[in-house]
Design a protein around this ligand. Sequence first.
Ligand SMILES: Cc1ncc(COP(=O)(O)O)c(C=O)c1O
Length: 389
Amino acid sequence: MNISQTISSQLERASWIRRMFEEGARMKLERGPENVYDFTLGNPDVEPPAQVLEALSRVVAERRPRTHGYMPNPGFPAVRQAVASQLCRNTGLPFEADDIFMTVGSAGACNVILKSILDPGDEVIVLMPCFSEYPFYITNHAGRMVQVESGEDFLPDVERIAAAITPRTRAILLNTPNNPTGRIYPESVLRDLDAMLARLDHDVLVISDEPYKHIVFDGNHQPEVAALITNSVVCNSWSKSQGLPGERIGYLALSPRLQGRPQLRGACAFTNRILGFINAPAIWQLVELEAMDATVDVSGYQRKRDLLCDELARIGYDVRKPEGTFYVFMKTPLADDIAFVRLLAHEGVLGVPGAGFGRGGYMRLSLTVPEEMIRKSFAGFAAAFRTAC
Ligand SMILES: Cc1ncc(COP(=O)(O)O)c(C=O)c1O
């Protein structure tokens, strides 16, 4: 049986992280795993907070009747109410339980909202560089991705976004704190975006994908997008904030100020079901009912950020410290990022070329690695820099 042409061509385009992963596996066999410094994967290396693990033990031990059955597709009512109350406190907006859909991670939330609003050929604006899965999420639902370059500082350029809007534009997909750039979008930019959208003659939805909301450094805060942008929905998860991406638990929240909110409520309950998720994992909804405010200690990520960025800058790399997330997005000394990533791999250091995120001339390094490995990688970074310059 042949696979579809669509998937076949997507596999080609999706292959950067996979290629680097395969390259890493090959190199580890060849050189020994201790001699390969793999910065490719963003997989949290901090254990979930004790509060979360204790809640998990309690929920499992409780033997509460009907824990393991089907439930309303958007999730347990008590859990949705608790998320709504948390959002009310944080944003000052009157979120209700019916605005909340428990989802299979933030990825599930993005797919639920896109499926709910897109007809074939509808356009979704994405700010470049972007999370490498967004193009596929949009084509999953027959949408068309319209790429808008972020400014030099990697912040949204509201004029460029305005120029890209057409009558077919249905949504703008924002991600802050941003993977791969590590930027936090400031309140002023979000306000400008809201003012621009208010002047349009049709509604454009802002989808705010925020799984790194609590992975922020130096006392920074991610502004509440729902409080600043009228027509918005929030996609969030506990994958990064509690270090449990394998458990697949998150939510979609519809802003109380959203146009067409009653219809969208029905649509999202339905799409969560027909995408095959049915509902988010029951046990993890009940855990979050007790532990949703807990977050991992981000000081380890910040320490590793400083260690890596300070040394890279000392070597001569053009690198800016991320404000949040656990990624460093660094300029490559060669304009051809793929060539430089190969050169670095030759020295035993693996990263993902910027091309994988739609921005050549850069590469992404993940901080979810041991500090010791970062230290050992410095010689390889220095050798590759000397060769390139
Ligand atoms: C920007 C962005 N959105 C969504 C996701 C998926 O998050 P989740 O594991 O919560 O589905 C990721 C994961 O890396 C991400 O980087």
